[in-house]
Design a protein around this ligand. Structure first.
Ligand code: FNR
Length: 341
């Protein structure tokens, strides 16, 4: 693979499509139902226009952000995605190495195909852990404690997946995990986590020693409840359009949620982030940082760790250029005035 051919994140997807098995590509690329939300995530970002300011000093760009006491050099994290060995034989180890080389936080999925202990050994940047709450609450508690013991610095509880969405493209591609791809922390499939409620969030916080974030908030009323429940942060997400089709694009939900949260806790966002200008838009509309899912999977499929690093570096460079050209030298100055109205 010639990485210099990868000029932007859309190139990465195209190259990945040529590299991956049909089944794996469809698994990563597809959305729920008729894929309205999958498309809207992108279309809504594209439809937002920027309002640049000229003649400001942007000679020293500062993209740093501090989250839960840790300073990130730039506000882009790797979203939790399942089954990395489906995308590359080195799986999550390559992702962790790629994240390390790009100085990015990697949120490891509960459905990692590599044990956390091994990922932690190669990680040189902080890991966070994404948690699916299982029916067996003892196992869930043990998993949280294991993640913490391996140094994961935050827990993202996914709350938008009480059942898995309708994925017609996955069904058509006969998606099944190959026998040699195992999910050591999720023995047996998670098909339902229906009894998950606010009480469980309280319970999780009673023993979690790391910050708890709720991933998958779209409703401002839920955002308020999240603050009341005492969580440390939320992630505005529609699961990359993979769960409930026809919910709005995350960039559309974000301003309402940011308004409800009113800076009491950090708001992160994911869904359709492909360009530096997308990151500028998300931060201007209230996000502290963004996460990227599919592009990282595609980078991994193209070139393992180097592909992951490449995706993050492209996005980081584009973010810096977009900030310089909007006339904003740091993240704090990205606000509603950057959006053309
Ligand atoms: C995901 N996502 C996800 N989320 C989660 O909480 N746990 C998981 O195991 C997974 N697995 C997963 C697999 C794949 C292949 C994809 C594409 C996504 C959702 C993910 O964390 C994130 O919310 C979206 O991917 C963000 O949208 P983009 O960046 O993919 O557009």
């Amino acid at each position: 693979v010639d990485l210099s051919e990868l000029i932007n994140l859309f190139d990465v997807e195209k190259m990945a499509e040529r590299t991956m098995s049909k089944m794996a590509y469809e698994y990563v690329a597809s959305g729920a139902g008729d894929e309205w939300t999958l498309r809207w995530n992108r279309e809504a970002l594209d439809a937002i226009k920027l309002n640049p300011t000229v003649l400001t000093d942007v000679s020293k760009l500062d993209t740093r952000v501090t989250l839960f006491g840790y300073e990130l050099p730039y506000p882009i994290l790797i979203a939790p995605t399942a089954y990395h060995k489906l995308m590359h034989p080195e799986g999550e180890l390559a992702t962790a190495r790629g994240a390390g080389a790009a100085s990015a936080v990697y949120v490891v999925s509960s459905f990692t195909t590599t044990p956390l202990s091994e990922i932690a050994e190669v990680a040189t940047q902080p890991l966070w852990f994404q948690l699916y709450v299982r029916d067996d609450r003892e196992l869930t508690k043990e998993l949280v404690q294991e993640a913490e013991a391996h140094g994961c610095r935050a827990l993202c509880i996914t709350v938008d997946t009480v059942v898995t969405g309708i994925r017609n493209r996955e069904q058509r591609a006969n998606f099944t995990l190959p026998n040699n791809v195992l999910t050591p922390h999720m023995p047996g499939a998670l098909r339902e986590q229906k009894p998950l409620t606010w009480k469980d969030i309280e319970w999780l916080q009673s023993f979690a020693r790391t910050p708890v974030l709720l991933k998958g908030i779209l409703n401002p009323a839920d955002a308020e409840k999240a603050v009341q429940s005492g969580v440390s942060g939320i992630i505005v997400s529609n699961h990359g359009g993979r769960n409930l089709d026809t919910v709005p694009a995350t960039i559309e939900a974000l301003p309402r949620i940011a308004e409800a949260i009113d800076r009491r806790i950090p708001v992160l966002m994911d869904g359709g982030i492909r360009r530096g200008t997308d990151v500028v838009k998300a931060i201007s509309l209230g996000a502290s940082a963004v996460l990227v899912g599919k592009p990282v999977c595609f980078g991994l499929a193209c070139a393992g760790a180097e592909g992951v690093t490449k995706v993050l570096e492209i996005l980081r460079t584009e973010l810096e250029l977009a900030m310089a050209l909007t006339g904003k030298a740091n993240l704090a100055s990205l606000d509603h005035s950057v959006i053309w109205r």
